[in-house]
Design a binder for this molecule. Structure first.
Ligand SMILES: [Zn+2]
Length: 95
């Protein structure tokens, strides 16, 4: 029915979508990158833009093992640990 133009073969279904500056992005916590819902460029979490997107959307990357998690704002002040290596993740905002 619709026009599908260069849609990736496997459409990510379980990826969380975050909103940054009015644009929706998939937050790919496996590949550690943002991808626009409509578009193809990817923004690595550890790039300059990616880092600012991570902090404003609640994504923390473990400095020890590199695993990324999406943190609910309800927990942003809690001391969280990486679910893979148990390294202490820095809270988003520290008092
Ligand atoms: Zn870790």
């Amino acid at each position: 029915m619709g026009k599908t133009k260069n849609v990736p073969r496997i459409r990510p279904r379980a990826l969380p979508v975050v909103l940054f500056k009015g644009k929706q992005y998939f937050a790919d916590l496996r590949l550690n990158e943002f991808r626009p819902v409509q578009g193809f460029e990817s923004i690595p979490f550890n790039s300059k833009e990616g880092l600012s997107m991570c902090s404003s959307t609640g994504i923390i990357t473990c400095k020890s093992c590199g695993m990324s998690v999406l943190i609910s704002m309800a927990y942003e002040r809690e001391p969280l640990r990486c679910i893979r290596c148990f390294n202490l993740l820095k809270p988003l905002h520290s008092d």
